[in-house]
Design a protein around this ligand. Structure first.
Ligand code: AMP
Length: 401
């Protein structure tokens, strides 16, 4: 955001894909809109004007019976009044992100004014990364700003292709996107040691790329959640009815070997809270994770695992957390995730840098009200997951090109 916006029209890609109440179409959570405010306000304060573009849901996948777009349901017009309140100034709206109205309104925009364009996903070209669409969008602004990290892993017209039409001095990340990139970069490429990654969640197959990538840089790799049982099974343990990906056993063993050869300590939960069914009313007991009776399944880490994991977390200087330690949606099986969240928060208070990102661990930390107790909570979801896997995200590459 080091560009001079004075007298310039900034074309800003935001992520205003906010949840709406199905009946009243009122905004139920405006976090994403609030997250874009620093970028928008800074441009306005520096004498620029702002043209906002965003996608909203997937209108072309949810057409009306007659095959037309359900404009009423997917229009961004619903956001205008609230955005205007948040910015304390009027917000203009163009009924189409392309075409004469958008061009006219963008042309007439004065310093300090804000224009919101209609949903970019009303056009097929958006998700295809269509160059013609991107070029038309590009003509609306003098500077392109991408502040939509949540879609940075998609090579769409308004997130990636559009950037081709601006030279290096006329495109930049917004504050939100910059923070995501800087924090992930700090963890992946410049971690203060010891560096501990905590990976949980349901499936090994979803996390295999992250695990592979992390083994190259971490000192400790904590593996919890449903995915841990595939590792126990691979090592010859009895896991009862716990989650297991039979086609990933070799992969699990290979990861353990790779960790050994790199001097990385893998920590698996030595004990588990096991249940006789996947239900809040289930009977439970604590057993060793490699000796779970038939008919029982591991749904959370046990107290011994909580103690070992917490000790390692608290002794770390950099912590990355992705994925819950158990079925945290059910309070009975949320203790492990909660305790690990508290350990991450405690380590952060002691000076560690902690990043929580990519999927359900963010929900867990937010539910526990601990989002302010960790260093950074990513809003990126799938984008953060791909970033942590070491992939180059097209939306990021396009700004750097
Ligand atoms: P992910 O989206 O990969 O982070 O996975 C999150 C999901 O994994 C949550 O819905 C959890 O309920 C689920 N999960 C975590 N631990 C277990 C477990 N031991 N057994 C079954 N599901 C689990």
């Amino acid at each position: 955001m080091n560009l001079d916006f004075k007298g310039k029209k900034a074309l800003v890609r935001v992520d205003f894909n906010v949840p709406l109440d199905k009946k009243t179409l009122a905004i139920t959570d405006d976090t994403r809109m609030r997250a874009a405010l620093p970028t928008i306000n800074t441009i306005l304060e520096n004498g620029g004007s702002v043209i906002l573009m965003s996608h909203f849901d997937r209108p072309l996948k949810k057409l009306k019976e007659d095959g037309s777009i359900d404009v009423e349901r997917f229009t961004l017009r619903h956001l205008v009044a609230h955005l205007s309140d948040l910015l304390s100034r009027p917000v203009q709206f163009a009924n189409d992100c392309l075409g004469a109205e958008a061009v006219e309104k963008a042309k007439n925009l004065q310093a300090g004014e804000v224009l919101l364009l209609e949903n970019t996903r009303f056009y097929k070209g958006e998700e295809k990364g269509d160059a013609e669409m991107a070029q038309k969008l590009a003509t609306l602004g003098d500077i392109y700003v991408n502040d939509a990290f949540g879609t940075a892993h998609r090579a769409h017209a308004s997130t990636t292709t559009v950037a081709q039409f601006f030279d290096k001095d006329h495109k930049t990340f917004g504050f939100l996107m910059q923070a995501e990139v800087d924090n992930a970069d700090r963890v992946l490429n410049n971690p203060e040691k010891p560096f501990t990654a905590i990976v949980g969640g349901a499936k090994v197959s979803d996390k295999i790329l992250i695990l592979e990538r992390l083994i190259d840089s971490v000192d400790n790799l904590i593996i919890g959640g449903g995915m841990a049982y595939t590792f126990f099974k691979a090592m010859g343990g009895q896991i009862g009815n716990s989650l297991c990906e039979a086609d990933r056993l070799d992969h699990a063993l290979a990861l353990i070997e790779k960790a050994k050869s790199k001097g990385v300590t893998i920590l698996l939960p030595t004990d588990s809270l096991v249940a006789d069914k996947f239900d809040a009313e289930a009977n439970t007991q604590v057993t060793p994770s490699d000796n779970i009776p038939d008919g029982w399944m591991g749904l959370d880490i046990g107290s011994e695992a909580i103690a070992t994991f917490s000790e390692t977390v608290k002794a770390s200087k950099t912590i990355l957390w992705n994925g819950p330690m158990g079925v945290f949606e059910i309070p009975k099986f949320a203790v492990g995730t909660k305790e690990i969240a508290l350990a991450v928060a405690a380590a952060t208070t002691e000076g560690a840098f902690s990043l929580v990102g990519g999927g359900d661990s963010v929900a867990a930390v937010t539910q526990m009200g601990l989002e302010k107790s960790v260093s950074f909570v990513s809003t990126g979801g799938g984008a953060m997951l791909e970033f942590l896997e070491g992939k180059e995200l097209p939306g990021i590459a396009a700004i750097k090109a």
